[in-house]
Design a protein around this ligand. Sequence first.
Ligand SMILES: NC(=O)c1ccc[n+]([C@@H]2O[C@H](COP(=O)([O-])OP(=O)(O)OC[C@H]3O[C@@H](n4cnc5c(N)ncnc54)[C@H](OP(=O)(O)O)[C@@H]3O)[C@@H](O)[C@H]2O)c1
Length: 282
Amino acid sequence: MILVTGATGTVGRQLILELKTRQAPFRVFARDPAKARALLGPVDAVAGDLARPETFGAALRGAEAAFLLSPMEPRLVAWETGLARAAAKAGVKRLVKLSALGADPRSPAAILRWHGQAEEEVRRAGAPFTFLRPGALYQNLLGHADSIRRGTLALPMGDARVAMVDARDVAACAAAALCGPARAGQTLTLTGPTALSYREVAAIFARVLGRPVSYAAAAPDDARRALDSSGTPPWMTDALLSLAERLRAGDSDVAADDVRAASGREPISLETFALDHRAAFA
Ligand SMILES: NC(=O)c1ccc[n+]([C@@H]2O[C@H](COP(=O)([O-])OP(=O)(O)OC[C@H]3O[C@@H](n4cnc5c(N)ncnc54)[C@H](OP(=O)(O)O)[C@@H]3O)[C@@H](O)[C@H]2O)c1
């Protein structure tokens, strides 16, 4: 049985579809099991909260594998460390952690630093692990659907080329690492077919939607003001802007072959994502 955290989120929902297709037995770890069942269908769901280690033992009972996903959150390291240690203690044989491209315990970008530190703790915890390091999810663009609809995508990314990937590919690789040939100790870099600049992203949406969409490189200070006025918590604004700085420096201009190697299929292109989600941007 596979314990799945984050099952109601962007990657987790896709992972549940993958596990159902594979007919792999799984249990969902959810703060609100009734909400998880309403979203995912009649699944085995157990009450669990990454902030409450007392919920880990019962959730892990009988688990041979676990998918570890924390939301973007300043307590990510503590939360993931706690579950990784409990999983090792429970005898979990495969611990698949969702990390991030560029994870580094010394990164100046908080989110990459948290993932780098969490990877170190997962290694120390002792269960056989696989790290999945995706680039930026295409699905993030759904959060910019209004801007794309209005015809201007304004982001503080300069001209950087950024590795991007579909959450469906991340989920396919997670399912493969959980149920397929073991990948103990491996780190998979999950990217789409090519890194893209946001000018190219805008051009792809323009083509798919059949109307003008342009990219405007926002100044970091303007992006900060926009985030502040939208009510984004200060820690998240700092985390997003420090990540954008790394992307502008070219840290994410990467294309790897790991999606194909792990999932056995070609990575989904941004064109396909845009077509599949056309209604959300139209
Ligand atoms: N977005 C990107 O471009 C990108 C790229 C690389 C890596 N990542 C990493 O991906 C992760 C986020 O994945 P995602 O976008 O799929 O997540 P998401 O859509 O933000 O969903 C977060 C999930 O975490 C669950 N959750 C929240 N608080 C929890 C708690 N206290 N205990 C247990 N579960 C809790 C939520 O469940 P409920 O709310 O239903 O309880 C939900 O299932 C982050 O670690 C992020 O750094 C993201």
